[in-house]
Ligand binder design. Sequence first.
Ligand code: FAD
Length: 392
Amino acid sequence: MATDLFQSPDYYQLDELLSEEHLLVREATRDWVKKEVTPIIEDYAQRAEFPKHIVNGLAEVGAFGPYIPQEYGGAGLDQISYGLMMQEIERGDSGVRSTCSVQSSLVMYPIYKYGNEEQRKKYLPKLASGEFLGCFGLTEPDHGSNPGGMITNFKDKGDHYLLNGAKMWISNAPFADIAVVWAKDETGRIHGLIVERGMEGFTTPETHNKWSLRASATGELVFDNVKVPKENLLPNKSGLGAPLGCLDSARFGIAWGAIGAAMDCYDTALRYAKERIQFEKPIASFQLQQKKLAEMITEITKAQLLTWRLGVLRNEDKATSAQISMAKRNNVDMALKIAREARQMLGGMGISGEYSIMRHMMNLESVVTYEGTHDIHLLITGMDVTGIPAFK
Ligand SMILES: Cc1cc2nc3c(=O)[nH]c(=O)nc-3n(C[C@H](O)[C@H](O)[C@H](O)COP(=O)(O)OP(=O)(O)OC[C@H]3O[C@@H](n4cnc5c(N)ncnc54)[C@H](O)[C@@H]3O)c2cc1C
């Protein structure tokens, strides 16, 4: 990729709503992404390889557990700082942001919230430092949008649990050191279990041939009579609400992250349109291209306002799951539409890896599906406003 010339749009002077700390966190993450992610990410995506060497850097900028208390190795930041970090990292690549979301919100968060003190001390500092990478196993081959139907299960064998089943589409699975796995007990109640690489009967085959999130590794989790020590069960919450609580936290980060991808596409298209000459004029001078840019910046600004307000609500512990759903759905859809329009504005160059747009566009096809599909989030809003679930 060419030099990273990214300039962040702030059409409504939203920086005035941010604290000194927010701005510092954002600048530090942005600088790090410019130095360590954008120069290399296209090559890794083309090769469908996760850039493992950036894990230490991600840990150093605080992207693993930004809001986890410092006593457990986290950065102890607020929700808006967490969001801004995800925005900047996804500006680089949605796959890299996915790794951070999984590590922070789907692995560290459940251990912090639902684990006991021993589990927190054992795992959180290693996850925060990047010594351990984690993954989150909820989706199964036959249960995606409806995780409550899962068949992965464990039986109490006295001194251990015996785990059987399989998970699919699991980010980070191929190299994860630990997996937070959701499985049913003998009464059908869902619990979280920490499964460690090396446990007999536990394998993590990689999923190949993805056209999306190519710089993020995806795989299966297969449990064939895995003996899980009893102390690996997360004791403080059970039921479907437990994994859904983790998803709230991750979806919040995705709502911010999608803005980063959209900003990168807009910024690239704006610069290109001013420089590209056709019919003796910059293409930015044509009304059709201006319409695209004007609509992009309008949608980015609306999304920024939505997430900023959601961040304030999260900081006050007042944000509802349905509010988070709305932001995830709106912002990812917004980013995907902007990526498609921006790609067109670059003409043939839009499909080239010399620019980030096509990679963002392909990545966002996963982001619009995982952590609750676009349609499922719409049903959540529908249920919230009518009081009537339309899932079944
Ligand atoms: C790259 C990638 C990474 C992922 N990482 C993880 C991970 O780390 N951990 C994890 O647990 N999962 C992960 N997932 C899985 C992801 O969360 C699921 O793919 C997603 O929840 C959708 O499930 P599904 O693919 O089984 O689709 P399905 O549930 O089969 O849905 C298919 C279609 O039917 C629609 N649909 C389903 N039910 C309804 C309904 N009631 N009404 C109307 N429409 C409906 C959906 O909106 C969708 O359009 C990942 C997925 C991808 C692609």
